[in-house]
Ligand binder design. Structure first.
Ligand SMILES: NC(=O)c1ccc[n+]([C@@H]2O[C@H](COP(=O)([O-])OP(=O)(O)OC[C@H]3O[C@@H](n4cnc5c(N)ncnc54)[C@H](O)[C@@H]3O)[C@@H](O)[C@H]2O)c1
Length: 496
């Protein structure tokens, strides 16, 4: 069986490639970034590329995505392009190519606001039947991609299983208060109780889903470590989680004390994986009990596979700080963004641009990598200056104001004159404002020129492709997006 794995340079994709190829499967790895296991480099948003990659393929494991770490750095449109259009391209091209099974990696984040119970309410028990209330563009695009999976299955009969996977990322948590309060291994071991899955178990769930897809047809499954809790625990879990955990695992108290670890005071949701275990025959190994036993033996509570993840997606430990920096700099960067993208042609709007470290920095370095600019508070405040020097707008040439300041410093000028404010937009562009002539009697006496009258013969006919008006007058025929071929115009209906 020939299997296409998307996102093969990412955490999960690479682990899938590693395991499947070790088992002797015929695997094709697709990713927008190069990687040790990626054989096809390109974007799933490119339909022709997707079609070529699917030739002769029997099964698809679709893990490529923009996800939560990118919410602060990528536009909603980029999320739609990758997560929705990319998934639809894969589904429709899979039908064309006669693919026999499709597994879509979704996320428990799709449940969004349904995961947070109200003040004082018991913890939420999350099954596949809970209605998602997406919290951000990641949740919205993943749920709509799920919707397309269901639609294509219903319309074309493509066996399609959706795995709503809980967190398995190896990086530090993106919440400051949690990251500073708990040691990373402590945090991840606690999470195995209710909201985390080990990478090895996530891989085994995908393999089983591939096997079971033709028999099951369509289904959604929560993929998370088996929880030791039951619905009866929900009230107490919210109010006093350590008490519940101590009752279930009395030995954990001593182990935690020895390690200097702590249990979370409260748990707000619990993922129930019962349906995945029943339908897929999935038996996840890495639960809280298993992790405790491994700790007891002095072993790493994670699987070997989870420990092998390289520098994928975002670099380890960079979720929180970089993204806070990104949010702070976003406005300042937006002006230079288009310019930078154009200036760094090797750069794809994805998780990272994959250019060699020796290449000059690009916007992705600034947004996502462990780039000094992303950590430097001073640069963060002066956001526009965080752009690489060669991409910054030209600095203002020293003019009269500069000369006067220097003269003042040297004591050659006796007193300060009040500073004239220059228009802000001129300052931003780094140019000096043109000198404004004084509005004296001579200027007032000068006859005014007649207002500009556009030549009706020269102006194109008004209509959909008619002239566009701006404050400065007629701009010419409207163009719809950069995809319009040079010299042509497109109507909205042509784009529909
Ligand atoms: N990481 C987690 O904890 C977690 C939790 C729940 C669900 N998931 C889901 O698991 C899947 C894999 O997550 P991951 O942690 O391995 O992510 P990752 O960021 O490590 O890998 C995703 C890969 O997709 C690639 N990609 C992005 N845009 C692309 C495009 N347009 N075309 C082709 N490839 C593109 C990236 O280059 C990257 O290598 C995702 O679907 C995600 O929603 C992850």
């Amino acid at each position: 069986m020939r299997i296409l794995v998307t996102g093969s340079s990412g955490h999960l994709g690479e682990a899938l490639m590693r395991v499947l190829s070790a088992d002797g499967c015929d695997v094709v790895g697709l990713d927008v970034l190069d990687g040790a296991f990626t054989t096809e480099v390109g974007s799933i948003a490119d339909r022709a590329f997707v079609g070529r990659c699917l030739e002769g393929v029997d099964a698809v494991l679709h893990a490529a995505t923009l996800h939560k770490p990118h919410v602060g750095s990528h536009s909603r449109q980029e999320f739609v392009d990758t997560n929705v259009t990319g998934t639809l391209n894969l589904l429709e091209e899979a039908v064309e190519a006669g693919v026999g099974r499709f597994v879509f990696t979704s996320t428990t984040s799709a449940f969004g606001r349904a995961l947070t119970p109200g003040e004082g309410a018991p913890a939420a028990w999350i099954t596949e039947d809970v209605v998602p209330v997406p919290r951000n563009v990641y949740g919205v695009t993943k749920t709509s991609a799920e919707g397309f999976c269901e639609l294509v299955h219903r319309d074309h009969g493509l066996p399609c299983l959706i795995l709503r996977t809980s967190r398995f990322f190896p990086e530090a948590d993106d919440r400051d208060e949690v990251r500073t309060a708990y040691e990373d291994a402590n945090l991840k071991t606690n999470e195995l109780l209710y909201r985390r899955v080990d990478l090895e178990d996530a891989v085994s769930a995908h393999r089983l889903a591939l096997e079971r897809a033709p028999a099951l047809g369509f289904g959604r499954y929560i993929i998370s470590a088996t929880t030791p809790f039951t619905r009866e625990d929900l009230g107490e879990l919210r109010a006093d989680a350590p008490a519940v955990v101590a009752r279930r695992f009395p030995d954990h108290v001593e182990a935690y004390e020895r390690l200097g670890w702590r249990m979370f005071p409260s748990v707000e949701r619990v993922y129930d994986n019962a349906r995945a275990r029943a339908d897929l025959g999935w038996a996840p190994r890495y639960d809280f009990r298993y992790a405790l036993d491994r700790l007891e033996r002095g072993e790493d509570p994670r699987s070997e596979l989870a420990g092998r993840g390289g520098r994928q997606g975002l670099p380890p430990g960079q979720h929180g700080p970089v993204h806070r920096a990104v949010r702070g700099r976003r406005r300042g960067l937006s002006a230079g963004l288009a310019q930078v993208r154009g200036a760094a042609p090797g750069c794809a709007p994805s998780t990272r641009c994959g250019r060699p470290a020796s290449a000059p920095p690009c916007v992705h370095d600034l947004l996502q990598h462990d780039h000094p600019a992303a950590r430097d508070g001073r640069r963060r405040r002066r956001s526009a200056h965080a752009l690489p020097a060669r991409l910054r707008p030209p600095a203002a040439a020293p003019g009269a104001a500069g000369r006067r300041r220097r003269a003042l410093r040297r004591g050659r000028v006796a007193e300060r004159r009040p500073r004239r404010r220059r228009p802000v937009h001129r300052l931003r562009r780094g140019r000096r404002a043109p000198a404004v002539p004084p509005l004296g009697a001579a200027a007032l006496a000068r006859p005014r020129p007649p207002p500009h009258q556009p030549d009706p013969a020269a102006a194109p006919a008004r209509g959909v492709d008619g002239p566009q008006r701006s404050r400065s007058g007629v701009l010419g025929p409207r163009r719809y997006g950069p995809s319009s071929p040079a010299g042509t115009t497109a109507t909205p209906s042509a784009r529909r």
